[in-house]
Design a protein around this ligand. Sequence first.
Ligand SMILES: [Zn+2]
Length: 74
Amino acid sequence: MPIFEYACRDCGHQFEALVRSDSTPECPQCHSIALEKQLSVFATTSAGASAMPEMPPGPCGASCGMPGGSCAFR
Ligand SMILES: [Zn+2]
């Protein structure tokens, strides 16, 4: 069951809610259903963690700009 983060448009209260497909969440503070769905924190985090780094670290382990690790001799 997905967890969504909502912000209430009436009182500005932010909360997380388990959302079923057949139910509508409401604000736990003022019971309004005028809610704005926020971007899921969990989805963003998992997507970023599973993404491969675009550039692997070089032989020097740093971006020294010298390919082949020649900066290690300096
Ligand atoms: Zn509210």
